[in-house]
Design a protein around this ligand. Structure first.
Ligand SMILES: C[S@@+](CC[C@H](N)C(=O)[O-])C[C@H]1O[C@@H](n2cnc3c(N)ncnc32)[C@H](O)[C@@H]1O
Ligand code: SF4
Length: 379
């Protein structure tokens, strides 16, 4: 049986954070939530039969904030997935949660839905910064939610943290890192705050209300993040992700390894059978069509697409890419495929940005700082 990752998008939040341009809205009411869940159930039932030769070995319910839904709705979504797809008993099943939305009841319902991994957006353990970026919870509430999740039996928890927040100092960042380590989550994601066009943060930036972190400060906070977590026993396995040994996110690794995944719900991107396709981002249309809206985009990958994507996503992983695996997937040896780019590649290896070690090509620490420039050679 082939393996499949399933992503389920829940496009609702209680309140939009000032920096966030993810596909989610904060004006949802209970009726809209339920209509969306029903459309999702119907999309799942419609798509399941086409995946009869796949076993789902990871599920990721993301958003938005899936934990704004009732526990019962999450249970129905998971039961429905199990009814229409073959889900591996050992599957990694993650749900994203905002600490401000968790209750004991919900956590128990997630457990009953066999969800075995929780990914919590914490961002910071500094109340002033949390308020500034529009989070709905305090640092204390984030800690309480984490401990409540532990009591409910979750033994695989990720915390999302952000650095380069306006006004962020190294001291505050270090305090957040220490507070996170003290909770001992199995996994931590470290994100540099991006000022996305169209967000309130972007408008505030344009009005000159704050000076964003300099590149040097941003890099230095990133390094502090990694070294603090490494000293505490976490292992970096991707540019923005560290985990205790064996606790890497199996679902996210699929994106960086060009494995197959199917997304359900609005806006989701899929990669199946060498084809990339995505769902509509229009929730009204999605609900009206009971989740059966035609793909909004559809693209069959060429060999060059595949080569570029394999290297581009694979270099995000600390272990880099295997050249043998490249040749197996692409059908042409790496050196031969990238003959025209050979000089540029050599420039980056000689400069210490890329490292070729036996079968593996990877970014070095300094290469990570200019990863986009290095990776662009391959696409
Ligand atoms: C879908 S949210 C996680 C779950 C939940 N919605 C929450 O925020 O608590 C995904 C994560 O993306 C990160 N994120 C979102 N917008 C970002 C931005 N502009 N820059 C950096 N990280 C961002 C945040 O760390 C956030 O926790
Ligand atoms: S960061 Fe999370 S809670 Fe905040 S708006 Fe984005 S998806 Fe919603």
């Amino acid at each position: 049986m082939k393996k499949l990752g399933l992503y389920v998008h829940i496009p609702f939040c209680l309140q939009k954070c000032v920096y966030c341009d993810f596909l989610s809205s904060a004006n949802g009411d209970a009726t809209l939530y339920e209509d969306y869940v029903r459309a999702l159930l119907s999309e799942t039932a419609a798509k399941g039969p086409s995946y009869g030769d796949y076993t789902v070995d990871t599920v990721f319910i993301g958003g938005g904030t899936p934990s704004v839904l009732e526990g019962g709705q999450i249970l129905r979504i998971m039961d429905n997935i199990r009814e229409h797809f073959s889900v591996d008993e050992e599957a990694e099943i993650t749900i994203e949660a905002n600490p401000g939305t968790l209750t004991e009841q919900k956590l128990n319902d997630f457990g009953r839905a066999c969800i075995n991994r929780l990914s919590m957006g914490v961002q910071s353990f500094d109340d002033g910064l949390l308020r500034l970026i529009g989070r709905i919870h305090t640092a204390h509430e984030a800690r309480e939610s984490f401990l409540m999740a532990r009591r409910a039996g979750f033994d695989n928890i990720n915390l999302d943290l952000m650095f380069s927040i306006p006004g962020h100092t190294h001291e505050k960042w270090k305090e957040t890192l220490d507070a996170a380590v003290a909770l001992r989550p199995e996994h931590i994601s470290l994100y540099s705050l991006q000022i996305e066009e169209g967000t309130p943060l972007f408008a505030s930036f344009e009005r000159g209300e704050f000076i964003p972190a300099s590149d040097a400060d941003d890099r230095s906070m990133y390094r502090t993040g990694l070294s603090t977590l490494q000293a505490a026993g976490y292992v970096q396995y991707e540019i923005s992700n560290v985990a205790l040994p064996g606790r890497e996110s199996r679902h996210n690794l699929k994106y960086w390894s060009m494995d197959e995944y199917l997304s359900l719900g609005i806006g989701g991107h899929s990669f199946v059978n060498n084809t990339r396709f995505s769902n509509t981002t229009d929730i009204a249309r999605y609900i009206a069509d009971a989740g059966k809206t035609e793909a909004a985009t559809f693209h069959v990958n060429s060999v060059r697409d595949n080569a570029g994507e394999f290297v581009f996503t694979g270099l995000r992983k600390t272990e880099g890419i295997s050249l043998t695996e490249f040749a197996r997937r692409i059908g042409v040896p790496f050196d031969e495929f990238y003959r025209t780019e050979e000089r540029e590649i050599r420039k980056y290896t000689a400069g210490g940005f890329l490292e070729l070690n036996g079968d593996r090509l990877r970014l070095t620490e300094t290469g990570t700082d200019i990863s986009n420039a290095v990776m662009s050679v391959f696409v």
